[in-house]
Design a protein around this ligand. Structure first.
Ligand SMILES: Nc1nc2c(c(=O)[nH]1)N[C@H]1C(S)=C(S)[C@@H](COP(=O)(O)O)O[C@H]1N2
Ligand SMILES: [Mo]
Length: 323
């Protein structure tokens, strides 16, 4: 991903653009599901039942509503065929091609470390833990491209509150699945598996930080990190770990996989910042996937456009040092 190769992969054929009507259809379908009316038809997959019965697709809370991206969502085709998920290979097309071997069910997430109520959460329990919301967030990859994605999920804070972090819980570490039998890319040594990411506890508690189970009105496709992933919209995309199996509350700052791979390039914070360049390229602008190969790049926004919501988390910090 963050290797300088494969730049030609940035050219996306416009034939892949999903008509808005198809996307709207998916949304209607999810709303129906949320109302419970479509429950029987969806019985083939238990997760859909849980999503339908355990929750309503709530309108977003005010803390989040003001941060919703007004830009047109990226086409479903682009969002599901141009991916970074190194467990399935390093080319943008690899996850869509190889992630069908991922088994997102049964699935559980182990919550460990500095919490009063550690435990293993089954996926069904997580689906019912809080009301599902649809939130349109920008996703900015550190490589210089971006998308706009309608996610479905709820604030990570909902889960964190339930497990009662102790006063020693200063950071949260997220670990992705690393199973060679399901993930062909794990045989490669491009990263030190499993994929690990981390957030400071106040970042993790911020209402914008989202635990995601679906997108575009559907259950999360495997290549996008099924059955659950993070969406941390003010940070570079790699902070949003996919296919999470472990959430650990710790006192010391976790070392993320990308920091391990290249410390001078990928720091712990990795907040989107047009003023701090990556050692190998500028971060001042970005290419919106779907805009076409010859479209003008868009200026990258401070904190990816979420400055009003999150800047206070970093008051007094030197964002050049804490990149
Ligand atoms: N486990 C895992 N999570 C991951 C990655 C990965 O390789 N493995 N790639 C990250 C990067 S670099 C980006 S930009 C986003 C891409 O998410 P998307 O494919 O859903 O757009 O996922 C992030 N989460
Ligand atoms: Mo990325």
């Amino acid at each position: 991903m963050h290797l300088p190769r494969n730049r030609s992969g940035l050219l996306i054929p416009s034939s892949e653009i999903t008509p808005q009507s198809v996307y709207e259809g998916r949304r209607d379908w999810l709303r129906l599901m949320a109302s419970g009316a479509a429950g029987a038809a969806l019985a083939s997959w238990a997760g859909r039942d849980a999503l339908a019965q355990g929750s309503k697709l709530a309108s977003v809370k005010s803390a989040v509503a003001g941060a919703m991206a007004s830009d047109k969502p990226t086409s479903y085709a682009d969002a599901t065929s141009y991916n970074n998920f190194y467990e399935f290979g390093t080319d943008k097309s690899d996850p869509a091609q190889y992630a069908r071997t991922l088994k997102p069910r049964p699935w559980s997430v182990s919550v460990e470390g500095e919490v009063g109520k550690p435990g293993v959460f089954d996926l069904d329990a997580l689906l019912k833990l809080a009301p599902m919301e649809e939130r349109i967030y920008r996703l900015r990859c550190v490589e210089g491209w971006s998308m706009v994605i309608p996610w479905i999920g709820y604030s990570l804070a909902e889960l964190i509150k339930k497990v009662e972090p102790t006063s020693k819980a200063k950071f949260v570490e997220f670990t992705s699945l690393a199973d060679r039998s399901q993930m062909p890319g794990v045989r490669s040594s491009v990263l030190d598996w499993p994929y690990v990411e981390g957030l400071r506890i106040d970042e993790a508690m911020h209402p914008l930080a989202m635990l995601v189970f679906g997108m575009y009105g559907e259950i999360l496709p495997n290549q996008n990190g099924a059955p659950l992933r993070l969406a941390v919209p003010w940070k570079y995309g790699f902070k949003s770990a996919k296919s999470i199996v472990k959430i650990r509350f710790v006192e010391k700052q976790p070392v993320s996989s990308w920091t391990k791979a290249a410390q001078q390039e990928y720091g712990f914070y990795s907040n989107v910042n047009p003023n701090v360049e990556h050692p190998r390229w500028s971060q001042a602008s970005e290419r919106r996937i779907g805009d076409g190969a010859f479209a003008k790049k868009r200026p990258t926004l401070m904190f990816n456009g979420y400055e009003a919501q999150v800047a206070s988390l970093y008051a007094g910090m030197d964002l050049r040092k804490n990149y």
